[in-house]
Design a protein around this ligand. Structure first.
Ligand code: DHE
Length: 547
């Protein structure tokens, strides 16, 4: 149906676009209508996250037609095939796209991007389902699971999550969700698990049921990455919020049923040049511990929105100017300061969630900081610091977070470490651990992307602290494919850390459990149901912001 509106082959001949493509004639349409649809689907899955639906750029550069026509078909083809050191994946040489798909995408980006439809309250309401009403749910825990030590594991390409028991490593259940769940968050009470698919579908799962299952679901847009629940005293489990990439908006929902209560657009002016942006996407969201507020990070306008949920009818939003292209971030160890990466600007913004003010925006010293939620460690010399690794180089930056005890180091990079290589996505530590881990799943080197670097925290005061390399991929003993090792997550006790060994959909994947004290292999979780595991969220750690 949407095909004809989106794309007209006759209006997109090579001559009309002013581009040349090897083997094609000037009056050939650059794509057939069918190819256009294929390109649209691949762009949504692989490219939109970094470049934006309207291709105005964020983590990746703008790909508007002025830029792509200048680059030319050959140039685009090369970028897509080989990637770039700045973080563009090598889609061609990694085999993730076939040569035909690379050619298709190099032609697709020469055409004006289609604008997907809006998704307002009527559409959101239409998608909303309460499968088990609050009155029909258990009044007490009906299973003997140790809920706090469960892991919610994204099974990316099957549109599911697996709930895995942290003690027995058994898969308790596999739950159908939206496509490619991005993150899981836990309600303040620990009872409800909220997951959000890349397709913006939220599942609310009741962990008290005999076998945990979805009790409510809703779709808040067509593309999304973040969900969170109210954590301030008196508002536990009361509200949920989700942020969308498309349409650029956030939605506040009832925490018990996911009934959508309020949808707000994030379209508006960039914080600095104060020009209109049509696609300011909602990146990370966290819940404040100091006020009844959600902290919503808007990527393209560079604003942090402190959304007061105590009066949803008269919504009070404190808009903090931060930096453009906000992406992922986490709290410091006290839970008062929120540090968020403006990755395309090589910066981190620090927000004081008690005062609702920007503390500072600092350069991390590396290229494209990508902390996940970051790691909080106590440095032997500089005290409490928060750590991020980088997509664009091998460095880790340690940022002082203790304005009272270590005022000279507060909100400054106190030390840089060298990890395995570029392409790192996540760092992790735990208050009980002397170790700091950094992955490198997007590193082009096969062995590097299957390994993890570990630093010993108590040795960080020495001249050049060395790291130990853990061959997680090798430990998983997978025969086929090129699995990447991604995102460490601790168990509740903080004495073991789990890594996903993320292989192609039709190949074996695994989760490798490492003994945090000895740094030795403790267990490998393998199961035919464990397809493309990526993010893992321990209930206790996620609920209490322990990282
Ligand atoms: Fe993520 C967190 C967006 C690619 C796995 N990712 C986040 C967050 C955002 C985001 C905004 C923070 C959510 C929050 O805290 O509220 N991710 C994006 C993208 O836009 C991007 C770059 C491209 C895309 O098209 O999606 C992207 N992310 C990936 C992946 O390719 C990963 C490795 C695998 C996957 O499942 O898609 C991936 N992202 C994750 C994980 C987290 C995450 C595991 C949560 C980490 C944590 O410890 O909290």
């Amino acid at each position: 149906g949407a095909m004809a509106e989106d794309y007209n082959p006759e209006a997109n001949t090579l001559a009309k676009l002013g581009v040349t493509v090897e083997g094609m004639k000037a009056d050939d349409p650059i794509l057939t209508a069918e190819e256009f649809e294929q390109g649209k689907a691949i762009f949504f899955q692989r490219c939109a996250g970094c470049h934006g639906v309207l291709r105005k750029g964020a983590t990746g550069p703008a790909l508007t037609v002025d830029v792509t026509h200048e680059l030319g078909y050959e140039g685009a083809h090369d970028f897509i095939t080989y990637g770039s050191p700045a973080g563009m994946p090598n889609w061609g040489t990694s085999g993730e796209l076939t040569e035909d798909e690379v050619k298709l995408m190099a032609r697709y980006v020469m055409v004006e991007p289609p604008q997907p439809p809006e998704f307002g309250m009527p559409e959101i309401k239409d998608s909303w389902k309460v499968l088990i009403a609050p009155a029909d749910r258990p009044t007490q825990k009906m299973n003997d699971l140790d809920i706090d030590n469960l892991f919610s594991v994204t099974l990316r390409d099957t549109g599911q999550i697996a709930l895995i028991d942290g003690a027995t490593y058994e898969i308790i259940t596999v739950i159908k969700t939206g496509y490619a769940v991005h993150i899981s968050r836990i309600s303040a009470s620990g009872r409800y698990l909220y997951v959000i698919g890349r397709d913006a579908k939220i599942n609310m799962i009741d962990l008290w049921m005999e076998v945990p299952a979805t009790v409510a679901e809703v779709k808040i847009g067509s593309e999304a990455r973040s969900v969170e629940t109210s954590k301030f005293e008196g508002y536990e489990d009361k509200f949920a919020i989700a942020g969308a990439y498309w349409p650029p908006q956030y939605v506040i929902m009832d925490g018990d049923t996911l009934e959508p209560l309020k949808v707000e657009s994030t379209r508006g002016m960039t914080y600095d040049t104060q020009e209109y942006h049509p696609e300011p996407r909602v990146a990370s969201i966290v819940a404040s511990h100091f006020r009844p507020e959600f902290v919503v990070n808007v990527k393209e306008t560079g604003k942090v929105l402190m959304i007061d949920y105590s009066d949803i009818k008269n919504l009070n939003v404190t808009e903090i100017e931060a930096e453009r292209f906000l992406h992922d971030g986490g709290f410091d160890s006290t839970g008062r300061y929120f540090l968020v990466a403006a990755n395309a600007r090589d910066k981190v913004a620090v927000i004081d969630t008690k005062e609702d003010k920007l503390v500072t925006v600092l350069e991390t010293g590396g290229v494209k900081p990508h902390p996940g939620r970051g790691a909080n460690i106590v440095h032997p010399v500089y005290g409490p610091v928060w750590v991020t690794s980088h997509l664009g180089d091998e460095t880790l930056s340690l940022i002082g977070t203790d304005p009272e005890g270590h005022p000279d180091q507060a909100w400054k990079v106190v030390q840089m470490l060298e990890g395995l290589g570029g392409g790192s996505l996540f760092v992790k530590s735990n208050p009980k651990s002397d170790h700091l881990y950094a992955d490198a799943p997007l590193n082009p080197d096969e062995e590097t992307s299957a390994s993890v670097a570990v630093f010993t925290i108590s040795e960080l005061g020495t001249e050049e602290p060395a790291f130990k390399t853990l061959p997680i991929g090798e430990w998983a003993d997978i025969k086929e494919g090129q699995p990447r090792v991604v995102q460490g997550e601790y168990n509740m006790a903080g004495d073991e850390i789990w890594f996903s060994v993320w292989n192609a959909k039709d190949k074996e994947s695994a989760i490798v459990v490492v003994d945090d004290k000895t740094l030795e292999l403790k267990h490998v979780i393998k199961d035919p149901r464990l397809i493309t595991p990526t993010g893992k969220f321990n209930v206790y750690n996620t609920r209490n912001d322990v990282y």
